[in-house]
Design a protein around this ligand. Sequence first.
Ligand SMILES: NC(=O)c1ccc[n+]([C@@H]2O[C@H](COP(=O)([O-])OP(=O)(O)OC[C@H]3O[C@@H](n4cnc5c(N)ncnc54)[C@H](OP(=O)(O)O)[C@@H]3O)[C@@H](O)[C@H]2O)c1
Length: 300
Amino acid sequence: MKVLVVGATGLLGSEVCAKLVANGHTVRAVVRPTSDPARAGPLQSLGVERVTADLKDGESLQRACRGEDAVVSTASSTFSRQPGDSIETVDRDGLKNLIDAARREPINRFVLTSFSGQIEEPSPLRDAKRGAERHLKESGLEFTVLRPSFFMEVWLSPAVGFDVANSNATIYGPGTRKISWISYRNVADFAVAALTKPSARNRVIELGGPQPLSPLEVVAAFEKETGHKFDLKHVSEADLRRQHATAPDSLQKSFAALMLSYAGGDEVPMTDLLREFPVELKSVGVYAHEVTSASPRKGS
Ligand SMILES: NC(=O)c1ccc[n+]([C@@H]2O[C@H](COP(=O)([O-])OP(=O)(O)OC[C@H]3O[C@@H](n4cnc5c(N)ncnc54)[C@H](OP(=O)(O)O)[C@@H]3O)[C@@H](O)[C@H]2O)c1
């Protein structure tokens, strides 16, 4: 299958490209002149065709879609520093541009990465994700919407205050409600499977990891793995609500909403889905072992 990947220079998209190639698909990856060369370069060595396009530019998307059989989108502006990229221009309007471009071509399948159906705190990102899902469902394209829970590699990383090397962690809310942390690598497994699996056609699929764990249970797993007690900083739900109410822009409002959703928990039952899609899900315990081996504690 000839597959266009939009978001190919991102964490999930680059993994999707690698797995598509490994499964014998022909991949065309969207890059931008501003994409990080450390992410765009390896795509070439994978044997992936690179096409320059931008979700804000409908004509570039039309050219990118031409001749393809399927589209996988993992794109989001949330970590973009590019002028002009925003939740409104990329996650809301840009994804609709891509869906519109795809429907004008004989594209067989469109796989869209959204987020968990339980991440429902109101925010511009939530509205953009659900809007893109609706637009895709109404497009007439055969679709799969993937709704993963929180990625362990992002939400259990220093980027959000989970700092294993220094044995400290920021916990949003009480830390007692369980989340089905999922590896982005497993999301890529589902994205690749969804392209060809008949039962994934016109379906919204909620995705989580193998075992829901509360943030405090995650900390305990890392303490056991590292042998060091963690210093914890709690951000209360009241503070998160205040941040959410007073956020100065869409991005900060959306991050505050994500943290409130984290505080509220996100358990995703996976048993039935795994019977259909035999994906080997990575656990937080395995992730803790990998992280600890890769970054020994500072000062020890
Ligand atoms: N992190 C989580 O816990 C989580 C949970 C559930 C769902 N998700 C969703 O999973 C998806 C993948 O996340 P990720 O961590 O892989 O994201 P990421 O690493 O930030 O990658 C984002 C990608 O989007 C591309 N992009 C941004 N603006 C664009 C534009 N205007 N035109 C074309 N491409 C553009 C980026 O390209 P450049 O390199 O050119 O900027 C990059 O390839 C996202 O949709 C995210 O919302 C994430």
